[in-house]
Design a protein around this ligand. Structure first.
Ligand code: NAP
Length: 478
């Protein structure tokens, strides 16, 4: 894997160890990749103190000075993309080509926000009193706590660190216990790029609750940016209420992918495969329910089944592999349970439907026919390589099925009719809509959900807003 794996935590510009460490496992074979310090509330407090102390110096730099450091960080990440991708595959399991794609995608947020940080404009406001003048200025919110998930070990960090640091905030990051090594490798490159001590701190832990509690309770932390499950997001939001922190929540999804009878079926199959099976189905924007119009249901099911059965499954570092292992034993158990529930209630596996004999955490890419609203996988995030097919008759039924969930992150549909495209887009209760495409995230566009999928946006001009306060100034006595 090239250079040695960085496996200490990072606080106030120092790489630090602890009396106890926990193992990071390779999900493909259970091997230990490295062990990292198991930190708690005391070290979290030290990290917050470091970020708090570093704040004035960092926010006091010119935006272009911060941008220069961030651009250097971007360059180093791109230069080390192969090494970082191999590390990500080792701890997270995703196929190497996907891991490399994620590193490039992750780096793009650093570059975009380095540029956007220079455009944190205020306003002048026409006055209402002749002796007064009104303006606003934008200022960093202060110390930011970031808590991120394992399914995108790099990008979920840079989508927060890029805008936060560009805005002049400092950060304490708690990476997930399954994939802390990518986070530490990114921090190491940040140091090389010139990030001053205390600007970015990384608290590794297997005890997320006390660390999370310390971050949420501390009045020096002015913002929490969280990506993860809706259940944990709700709990953290409650805890942040005590100090009235700003919060951004990127939570779970239950994406519908609708295929209308007038769709280009080849495009729809391609889009469904891309959306459903990326990262073995472990993304928040994965198609969780594929809704297919009755007239083309059998033909689409056949084509999707053929394409799904052709996917190559194996360890992420094996050439040509498209589907890696699931992240842990609990993930395999959940997918198996959801498929069993669907089958018991009348669903039929057209391909797959079982674990594979490649190791403990491999599940066969699966297509399930005859899925209905009363099955668990219609309502719950599957987070695995299972494509449930639901039949519908007309536009109203498609929209009713699509919106019948408390989630509202991403939705997709395929049609050749431009009128239908507009109308369906407007009726879908989702923060993001993919029309004739199964992939929609990039650094220049706002990413985020409505309903219980979250609050706020990452990426785009909106992504910087999350880390800026607006200060109104009234100049009187003119
Ligand atoms: P998770 O269990 O909510 O964990 C996410 C993060 O929260 C991890 O760092 C985890 O740490 C931490 N955490 C868990 N319990 C905590 C607590 N009591 N206090 C403080 N921190 C706590 O979610 P996951 O299973 O890892 O990630 C998958 C979920 O993320 C899915 O629901 C997916 O849809 C969502 N997601 C959303 C987006 C989006 O942009 N909307 C993007 C990616 C993923 P430990 O793992 O170390 O315990």
């Amino acid at each position: 894997m090239g250079a040695a794996i960085r496996s200490e935590a990072f606080i106030n510009g120092q790489w630090i160890d602890a009396a106890t460490r926990f193992d990071v496992q390779n999900p493909a074979n259970g091997d230990t990749v490295a062990a990292v310090p198991d930190l708690g509330a005391a070290e979290t407090d030290a990290a917050i103190a470091a970020a708090h102390t570093a704040g004035p110096g960092w926010s006091g730099l010119l935006a272009q000075e911060r941008a220069r450091i961030l651009e250097a960080w971007y360059g180093l990440i791109i230069g080390e993309a192969d090494r970082l991708a191999a590390l990500m595959t080792a701890e997270g399991g995703k196929p190497l080509a996907e891991a490399k794609g994620e590193i490039v995608y992750a780096a793009s947020f650093i570059k975009w926000f380095a540029e956007e940080g220079r455009r944190a404009y205020g306003r002048t406001i026409p006055t209402t009193v002749a002796t007064r003048r009104y303006v606003t200025i934008r200022q960093p919110v202060g110390v930011v706590a970031a808590i991120t998930p394992w399914n995108f070990p790099a990008a979920m960090i840079t989508r927060k660190a890029g805008p936060a640091l560009a805005a002049g905030c400092t950060m304490v990051l708690k990476p997930p216990q399954q994939t802390p090594l990518t986070a530490l490798a990114l921090a190491e490159l940040g140091v090389e790029a010139g990030l001053p001590a205390g600007v970015l701190n990384i608290v590794t832990t297997s005890k997320s609750r006390p660390v999370g509690d310390a971050l949420c309770a501390d009045p020096r932390v002015r913002k929490l940016s969280f990506t993860g499950s809706t259940a944990v997001g709700k709990m953290l939001a409650e805890k942040c209420a005590g100090t009235v922190k700003r919060i951004s929540l990127e939570l779970g999804g239950n994406a519908p992918l609708i295929v209308f009878a007038d769709a280009d079926l080849d495009l729809a199959v391609k889009g469904a495969i891309a959306s459903k099976f990326r990262n073995a189905g472990q993304t928040c924007v994965c198609a969780n329910r594929i809704l297919v119009q009755a007239d083309i249901y059998d033909e689409f099911a056949k084509r999707l089944t053929d394409a799904t059965a052709a996917l190559k499954v194996g360890p992420g570092d094996e050439a040509g592999v498209q589907i890696g292992p699931l992240i842990d034993d609990a993930a395999i158990a959940k997918v198996s349970e959801l498929v069993a529930d669907a089958r018991a209630n009348g669903a039929k596996a057209l391909t797959g439907g079982a674990k594979l004999d490649l190791g403990a955490r491999f599940y066969a890419p699966t297509v399930l026919a005859n899925v209905t609203r009363d099955m668990r996988l219609f309502r719950e995030e599957i987070f695995g390589p299972v494509a449930p097919l639901v039949k519908f008759n007309d536009d109203d039924e498609a929209v009713s099925l699509a919106n019948d969930t408390e989630y509202g992150l991403a939705g997709y549909f395929f049609t050749r009719d431009v009128n239908r495209a507009w109308k369906i887009t407007e009726r879908l209760d989702y923060g993001m809509v993919g029309v004739n495409d199964g992939i929609l995230s990039n650094e220049v566009s706002p990413f985020g959900g409505v309903k219980e999928s979250g609050l706020g946006r990452e990426g785009g001009v909106e992504g910087l807003e999350e880390f800026l306060e607006t200060k109104f100034i009234n100049f009187g006595g003119m």
